[in-house]
Design a protein around this ligand. Structure first.
Ligand SMILES: *Cc1c(COP(=O)(O)O)cnc(C)c1O
Length: 393
């Protein structure tokens, strides 16, 4: 009888691809305090009760309070992912009415999230205005005249414009929405909380920035630049958030106790300030890590390899990517070990590494397999050396 080997459910991976938010490998690496909070919430917890009165409470209340403090919004909620957040917002606030959106904002974020289809699924209609590259305020005004009851703005997460491109600023659209008496819904997607321009990384609009500018609702992913567990987070006006919470879909999309605990722990880190966030949130720490620190890990890996293997490896400069459909223009300069195996071919080496314990994922390029050390933690270097030595010998 054949022995069927069943892969371990979600075996651990060393991500040497250099893609910080690798969707295939689980996007954000969670901070230690978040992992602990999620584990601590595994037994009985104060989930939907009020400790003082003993009455039934609302599970989202602690999260809502914390996210309001951190982002400056009036209220907030969280659901399973950002796709769910957008679906919920459209279902609760627009359907069966119309929403106005620029043609240039009708985006697709990874196969199954295509805005026109999400609109259809939520039961709302849309009025697409402007041209593929250019949309003006007058176009939105025209769309509103056709009976739209909301303005929808989608962040260009996974692509950028080159050449002729124009659109009204968020401030202009907020002003238009206010005058027309309709809400402005902003799908910010990537959900950057901090401005990283000091490190040469342009994250575009931050969550706090969008709230401050007056977007009525802002939704974003928990596991992209926010750096937490998979979730969709919505912040904004309290009356709108309440409508979302009272919509029947919310019940189908709501989060469990571990996830809520994890998100609250994330917000505690952000509340403690930028400095702490940049150290404790691995996604952010990896994005801003200076390349000499990465080079030190490359050199340590080389030192740990047996001599005959070192001969097949070279230290090389490389660029890593934020990934996860975020910041497509950003390239982060760093260092990698480029491996050129002599006894086996490249594909065989990649296969052996993937089948290792832990499973190691690198990047094939030309005649080499690149192990980008930006996304490999200090504590993983020794293990990586072990898996590589075994695979190549
Ligand atoms: C990533 C993204 C989504 C989907 O978010 P998930 O959390 O992956 O469901 C939706 N809209 C935008 C603009 C995004 O960047």
């Amino acid at each position: 009888m054949d022995v069927i080997t069943v892969p371990l459910c979600m075996a651990r991976v060393i991500n040497a691809t250099g893609v910080v938010l690798h969707t295939g490998l689980g996007r954000a690496v969670l901070p230690a305090s978040v992992q602990k909070a999620m584990q601590d919430a595994s037994g009985y917890v104060l989930l939907e009760v009020d400790q003082e009165s003993g009455e039934r409470g609302e599970r989202i209340a602690p999260f809502s309070n914390l996210i309001s403090t951190v982002t400056g919004a009036h209220a907030g909620l969280a659901v399973n992912n950002n796709a769910a957040a957008v679906l919920l917002a459209l279902s609760a606030l627009v359907a069966p009415g119309k929403v106005v959106i620029a043609h240039s904002h009708l985006v697709e974020i990874g196969g199954s999230f295509r805005l026109p289809e999400v609109f259809a699924q939520s039961g709302c209609q849309f009025v697409a205005v402007g041209a593929a590259n250019i949309v003006r305020l007058e176009d939105y005004i025209e769309g509103l005249k056709q009976g739209a009851v909301a303005i929808f703005v989608a962040h260009h997460s996974n692509f950028w414009f080159q050449g002729e491109h124009e659109e009204p600023s968020l401030a202009e659209l907020v002003c238009l929405a206010k005058n027309a008496g309709v809400p402005l819904l902003y799908d910010l997607g990537t959900g950057a909380m901090l401005d990283l321009s000091r490190w040469g990384i342009d994250v575009g609009m931050t969550v706090g920035g969008a709230v401050e500018m007056g977007a009525d609702l802002v939704c974003f992913s928990g596991d992209k630049l926010f750096g937490g567990p998979q979730a969709g987070i919505v912040v904004g006006r309290k009356d709108l958030i309440d409508k979302l919470l009272h919509h029947p879909l919310y019940r189908s999309l709501r989060l469990g106790k571990n996830m809520l605990a994890g998100l609250c722990a994330m917000l505690e880190i952000y509340r403690a300030g930028e400095e702490k966030a940049l150290v404790e949130i691995p996604t952010l720490a990896m994005l801003v890590e200076p390349s000499d620190k990465i080079k030190a890990r490359v050199e340590r890996l080389m030192m740990l390899l047996p001599l005959d293997i070192t001969a097949q490896c070279r230290v090389a400069e490389t660029t890593s990517k934020p990934g996860g459909g975020t910041l497509p223009q950003v390239e982060l300069p760093g260092w990698a070990v480029a491996v050129r195996p002599q006894r086996i071919n490249l594909r065989e080496l990649a296969h052996r590494l993937r089948m290792g314990d832990p499973s190691v994922w690198g990047r094939l390029s030309g005649k080499d397999l690149w192990l980008d050390m930006r996304t490999v933690a200090n504590g993983e270097v020794e293990e990586l050396a072990g898996v590589l030595s075994k695979a190549i010998s």
